[in-house]
Design a protein. Sequence first.
Length: 353
Amino acid sequence: FNWHAFFMNSNGNIFLSNSSTLLLSHTAMSISNLKVVSEMYWGAYRCIDGSANFLTAHSAIVLAHTTMLAENVDVDNTVYWALLLATDNSPLTLTDFSIFTIANNSMSVLNFRTKRDGYWFVYSNQYNCDHTMSGDSTMHITNNSMSASELVVGTEWYVSERHAYNNGMSITTRSNFHISHTTISLTNIFIQGGWQWFTLYYYYAGSLLVSEDSTLTISNAFTTVANVTVGGAWEVDIIHSGFSSINVVSASTLSITNNYISILDANVGGFWEWFAFSTDAHCATTVDSTSTFLLSNNTMLQPSSALHDSYPSSVGIVRIGYIGSSVNVIGDLILAGNTVDVKSGPSLVAILQ
């Protein structure tokens, strides 16, 4: 099953210049009472098999006011659900005051079941789809909402606003990448396996570079979760990276501020991890003497006492995990005004682990 408002494949390139704009707006995509026996791909904008997007000279792409609603859907295989999905050698390049905006979109599911994995992203690029920004360019991912009720996932569930797997991301020369004001509401969720839920997920991806007076910010997300069962491990991080490097250099800023997450009535069969910034194996994070890493005013609440405690778990603000990982800050590391309130479950609570 494939359904996309805009779809490019087999080297179907887009080149925008001279103040040109591609506008994909006010699209309604609704599915109900559907049975899918194979894989399901559903999204607003999809690029595969060498389909590149290149924006220059004050040009823009706007993906806005898209409504995606699925009700009473049963899928036998894996589900890929994303507003913007780029895979297999399909890069995105912004330069010379260009702008890419993903704003005011909503994705909702009610009574949805998949027997295999579920992938749910606002923007994902995978397998050699480098994201490159330079020359005062901007990407806004703002005012998007994701909600689910009565959802069953047969194996693993992956949820991210910005997901990057096996490709690089470069933000340079006064460019800005912003994720802000996302609303996520999840109720009555059952996941047979594990759940990876990261706002920015950067894995097996080479280098994430923020340089030359540029910024990467994640702010003002509001997330509530109620009545969730996870059979395996549950990892909840605002930024999660592994087998990669993160470099913030030359008067640049990495900022995670004013995000709110509340978890009520959650049962977890495996370990539980919950951090604002977390790294897996072989991930080096470097902030040079002119740059700033800001983690402030983030709130993480677990008011319920229902979390499972059979495995070691950890909660905090910064986690430097596993073998070969490091955080080297020569410039400013600011941890201020963060709240972590956990009633029960984790065996370790730490601001910096």
